[in-house]
Design a protein around this ligand. Structure first.
Ligand code: NZQ
Ligand code: ZN
Length: 384
C-alpha cells in the first residue's frame, strides 16, 4: 500500500426529514447565499423547505447554475455575494450546483482574476464556508473538495481542488432523488461506477481494504442501479445508491492506491466540445480505454472479472474480453450509449478533441503518467 494522508471533514446528515436541521449547521449570524440550478428545486418544493428551515437568517438566492457549470454564470454569483456581504453558501442541487458553489466560495475572497484558479492553478488562501443539500447522487462532490468548471467562451472544462473546499456539511436525503428523470438516475450510476473504476482498475498495490470496498461499491451499483430505474420511489434502493455515489469519490477508496482519471479527462473534452452529459462521456470512453490499456491493467482486469462479474472460467484474454463487454452492456442496459456515433459524433471530430487535450496539457495521463496523445487518439477512434 502506498503512503497516504486521509482527511475528510464533511459532516454527513443522511436520511429522511433531515432538512429542518439545516439551521443548526450554519453560524447564526451569517448572511446565507442559497445557490441552485435551473429550477428543479423550486418545482419539487425543496427550495421552499430550505427557506423554511432558514427562517430567521438573512438569505439571498442565486439560481440558474447550469449542468456543467460555467464561469460566465458563476462570476455573477460571486459579484452578488460580494455585494451582499455573504458569509455562508448553501448549494441545493446536483454536482453542477455544488461544484459551482465551490468555485464561488473560492472566488469571493480571491484577489486576482478568479479564472486563474482554474487556468493557472493559482493558490487559494481562503474560501467562504458552505454546505450542501444533495438532490442528485452521482459526483461525490457533496463529500469531496474538487470541482469541474467550464468556460464557455474558450471551451475549457477544467478541474481544481483545495482542502478549504470540503463542504462543512451535506444533507443526503434519498427521497430528494425521487423526482429525478430516468436519464439522471442512470447518469448517476454510471458516474459513480467510473469513479470507482478509476481508483481501482489500475495495478495491484496490496490494498485489500480499498479493493474490497471498491468491489462492494461496484456490486451495489450493478445490483441496485437498474432496479432504481424500475422502482424510482423505492427508498432502500435510492438510499444505497446515494451512499455509494458519495463513498465512490470521498477520498476513501482512492487513498493508498494508484489513481488513473484518464477516462475522465478524455470525457471532459467530449462534454466541452459536444455537450454530452458527464456520464455519457464516461460511458463512451471507459470501455475503449480498458481495451486500449488492457496490457498494463491486466492483473486488475482479471481481478475485476472474477470478483465483480464472477468470470472465473476460460483463458485470461477471454475473461478480460468478457469483463469489458459486461461493463459496456451494463451502461447500455441503463440506456447510456457507449459509442460516439450514438451521439452523432463521427471520426472527423477526433482531431479537435486531441487538440483540446494537448492545449490542456493532458499528454501524460493514467496511473503510470505514460498515457500519451497517441493512446488518447486510439481510444477516441475505438469509441467511435
Ligand atoms: O438544474 P436543475 O433544474 O436543478 O436540474 C438538474 C439538471 O438539469 C437536474 N436535477 C438535479 N436534481 C434533481 C434534478 N431534476 C429533478 N429532480 C431532482 N432531484 O439534473 C440535471 C443534471 O444536474 P447536474 O448537477 O449537472 O448533474 P450531476 O450531479 O451529474 O453533475 C455533473 C457535473 O459534476 C461534475 C461534472 O463534470 C459535471 O459538470 N463532476 C464533479 C465531480 C466532483 N466535484 O468531484 C466529479 C465528477 O467526475 C464530475 O466531473
Ligand atoms: Zn465523474
Amino acid at each position: 500500500m502506498q503512503n497516504f494522508t486521509f482527511y475528510n471533514p464533511t459532516r454527513i446528515l443522511f436520511g429522511t426529514h433531515r432538512l429542518p436541521e439545516l439551521a443548526r449547521e450554519i453560524p447564526a449570524d451569517a448572511r446565507v447565499l442559497i445557490t441552485y440550478g435551473g429550477g428543479s428545486i423550486a418545482r419539487t418544493g425543496t427550495l421552499a423547505e430550505v427557506n423554511a428551515a432558514l427562517k430567521g437568517f438573512a438569505v439571498v438566492e442565486f439560481g440558474g447554475i447550469e449542468p456543467n457549470p460555467t464561469y460566465e454564470t458563476l462570476i455573477q454569483a460571486v459579484e452578488l455575494a460580494r455585494r451582499e456581504n455573504v458569509g455562508f453558501l448553501l448549494s441545493v442541487g446536483g454536482g453542477s450546483v455544488i461544484d459551482g458553489t465551490k468555485f464561488i466560495a473560492a472566488a469571493i475572497p480571491f484577489a486576482g482574476d478568479p479564472w486563474d484558479i482554474l487556468s493557472k492553478r493559482a493558490r487559494i488562501k481562503s474560501a467562504v464556508p458552505f454546505g450542501t443539500v444533495l438532490t442528485l447522487p452521482a459526483t461525490g462532490s457533496e463529500m469531496n473538495n474538487g470541482a469541474v468548471i467550464t468556460r464557455r467562451a474558450s471551451n475549457d472544462k477544467l478541474a481544481f481542488s483545495h482542502p478549504l473546499l470540503f463542504p462543512r456539511f451535506s444533507i443526503l436525503d434519498p427521497t430528494k432523488a425521487y423526482t429525478l428523470p430516468a436519464r439522471q438516475i442512470a447518469n448517476g450510476v454510471v458516474d459513480a461506477f467510473v469513479h470507482v473504476i478509476e481508483q481501482y482498475l489500475t495495478y495491484p498495490a496490496d490494498a485489500k481494504v480499498q479493493d474490497r470496498f471498491a468491489e462492494g461499491l461496484l456490486l451495489t451499483l450493478i445490483e441496485d442501479g437498474p432496479k432504481a430505474l424500475q422502482e424510482p420511489q423505492n427508498y432502500a434502493l435510492r438510499a444505497n445508491l446515494m451512499w455509494v455515489a458519495t463513498m465512490a469519490l470521498n477520498g476513501l477508496i482512492g487513498a493508498g492506491v494508484p489513481n488513473d482519471w484518464a477516462t475522465h479527462m478524455l470525457g471532459h473534452e467530449l462534454t466541452a466540445l459536444h455537450g454530452l452529459d458527464h456520464a455519457q462521456s464516461l460511458a463512451v470512453i471507459l470501455p475503449a480505454m480498458l481495451e486500449v490499456r488492457r496490457g498494463e491493467k491486466r492483473e486488475k482486469l482479471l481481478q475485476y472479472a472474477a470478483r465483480v462479474w464472477q468470470l472465473r472460467e476460460g483463458d485470461d484474454e477471454a475473461r478480460i474480453d468478457q469483463a469489458i463487454e459486461r461493463t459496456r452492456q451494463f451502461f447500455e442496459s441503463l440506456q447510456v450509449s457507449t459509442h460516439l456515433a450514438a451521439y452523432n459524433i463521427g471520426k472527423e471530430a477526433i482531431p479537435a478533441l486531441i487538440d483540446q487535450l494537448e492545449r490542456h496539457g493532458m499528454t501524460a495521463l493514467g496511473e503510470h503518467r505514460n498515457f500519451t496523445i497517441e493512446g488518447s487518439r486510439r481510444v477516441y477512434e475505438l469509441a467511435s
